[in-house]
Design a protein around this ligand. Structure first.
Ligand code: ARG
Length: 121
């Protein structure tokens, strides 16, 4: 509950950090760190509530269980609302269909697929 989150002073977010760009591991100053836009969203919500964000990195398939037992307060994991997933889903926060990445028109033929970016300078 919101009261519970505020009284413990932290929002416990479940995710599965194997899903870039939503959530993934990087080395920052030699330290293993989980980053991605789902993490930014979690931080934003925690900030709004005035609490710390605690991230639990788990198996994707254990997230819903963690939520229903109360081990997790929230799941942000690029998860879509399938009928057999028993949880209270928000509306989509996914920006994929709205925001685009731009390249120069003159480079149009050079970059047709993801692999065309390998080694591109
Ligand atoms: N969107 C797919 C789903 O809802 C895959 C999500 C995988 N997410 C992850 N953090 N590994 O099932």
């Amino acid at each position: 509950s919101l009261k519970g989150i505020k009284s413990k002073g932290k929002l416990i977010m479940g995710t599965s950090a194997d899903f870039p760009p939503n959530e993934f591991h990087v080395l920052l100053d030699g330290k293993d760190t989980i980053v991605g836009y789902d993490i930014s969203i979690g931080k934003y919500i925690a900030d709004k509530l005035g609490v710390e964000l605690e991230i639990k990195d788990m198996e994707f398939n254990n997230l819903l269980g963690g939520l229903s037992t109360g081990m997790l307060d929230i799941v942000i994991a690029g998860m879509v609302n399938e009928p057999d997933r028993d949880a209270n889903f928000t509306k989509s926060y996914d920006i994929d269909e709205i925001h685009k990445i731009l390249i120069r028109k003159s480079d149009k033929d050079k970059f047709q697929s993801e692999s065309d970016f390998n080694g591109a300078t």
